[in-house]
Design a protein around this ligand. Sequence first.
Ligand SMILES: Cc1cc2nc3c(=O)[nH]c(=O)nc-3n(C[C@H](O)[C@H](O)[C@H](O)COP(=O)(O)OP(=O)(O)OC[C@H]3O[C@@H](n4cnc5c(N)ncnc54)[C@H](O)[C@@H]3O)c2cc1C
Length: 446
Amino acid sequence: MNTTASTITAAPHIPVLIVGAGQAGLSLSVYLQQRGIGHLLLEKHTPMHAWRHQRWDNFCLVTPNWQCKLPGHEYAGDAPHGFMKKKEIIAWLDAFLLKVNPPVRTGVTVKLVQPRAEGGYLVQTSVGDYTADQVVVSSGGYHLPIVPRLAERLPRGILQIHSEQYRNAEQLPPGEVLVVGSGQSGAQIAEDLHLAGRRVHLAVGDAPRCARCYRGRDVVDWLADMGYYDMPVDKHPLREGVRDNTNHYVTGRDGGRDIDLRTFATQGMKLYGLLRELDDAGGTLKFDDTLASALDRADQTYNGINAAIDQHIAKLGLDADGALPPASVYEPVWQPQAVDASGVSPHTELDLAAQGISAVVWCIGFQPDFAWVQAPVFNGRGQPVHQRGVTGQPGLYFLGLPWLYTWGSGRFSGVARDAMYLAEQIEGARGGAGLGEWQRQGELVG
Ligand SMILES: Cc1cc2nc3c(=O)[nH]c(=O)nc-3n(C[C@H](O)[C@H](O)[C@H](O)COP(=O)(O)OP(=O)(O)OC[C@H]3O[C@@H](n4cnc5c(N)ncnc54)[C@H](O)[C@@H]3O)c2cc1C
């Protein structure tokens, strides 16, 4: 593959091009502005598109408000231990956007980023070419919605959507709903439908879960005290493998609470193992017999986190609620039915017509799409190889990815730290040069 491009003389030159104007791109803009480094954000849609257009109506943060710490824009409301709802998140982000007032061009899709033989980068976009000394990819961590090919064989009458298209129960036709995937989105969408009175069938994956509150405080508060959110990826027991972990399911809804799939089952939700196949007739879905082990593992994680909090409390001799060791271990309130002699259980088969399934919501995640970054910086799975966002290709950076540096890198809590670090790297690579010639030419885009 040719990873260099020849000189494009007509293309405008920008010192630092930032691809994507979400919270990551805007955070970097703050620190580049402070350093007087000329830059331009290119945004396919409008700033904060994902928060405005890819979240369901009843969405609320899973992370507590006090963790919303963008540069110069910390949450300042009266509910630091609450969880902002979608409208509040957007209002808070709009206020950030106003403060940052970034140099941004909206409605511009970056189609190619490529190193040039003479140094710097060629950046091809939907509105023409640019060249840049340095490029930062802050295009988010959730690109191509994953939907299995099996979906093409489902009966035509069943509406199928991906989690990023889900808005509310009314959007779906009357009938029962299959939600596939029980990570943060799947578990919360299943709950949303369940609370709206819909009969939900949930294919349970390998996502772990954690308590919302334990020993009188939000678990996030305990983990913060325990230093978890400052742990860099290279100190995590899984090292970079942690980037592939599925998020724990828990919710901030109604002030925050656990999500317990076993309790949902006692209330009528139908649970299944991992989705495996559709039968030849195209009417019955088959699931692996993994439900019991998946629920058990999720509970083990839940209890394990609580036990770690107990240890922390004991070690420091803290005065915490429920201080009656051992940990208040979660005891399962419901157990799946075992498979019978023919290898079938209520959790391994779903007859779509008999159950009146009218819709499927795919909640099995996203694939990265960095095909437009034509530089030798990717691993075998298409993920960038980097140290704190700095790649081996001088002047090419990534920002905003999950566990880029810490747990909070892909969230509101850690992106500021990463953005500041990259701003320092960018400044260093420029030899401390600020706006310089570029500004004098009056090219700053407002
Ligand atoms: C369902 C869900 C729930 C979440 N809940 C929380 C939570 O409770 N707390 C928390 O802190 N975080 C949460 N997050 C994580 C994180 O805060 C969001 O994913 C956030 O949107 C990431 O910001 P970002 O700027 O890195 O990426 P994005 O917000 O995805 O922004 C990237 C931008 O790049 C643009 N773009 C992409 N490709 C191109 C291109 N080729 N050319 C030009 N522009 C391009 C996109 O249009 C987009 O606007 C959640 C994420 C999801 C998906």
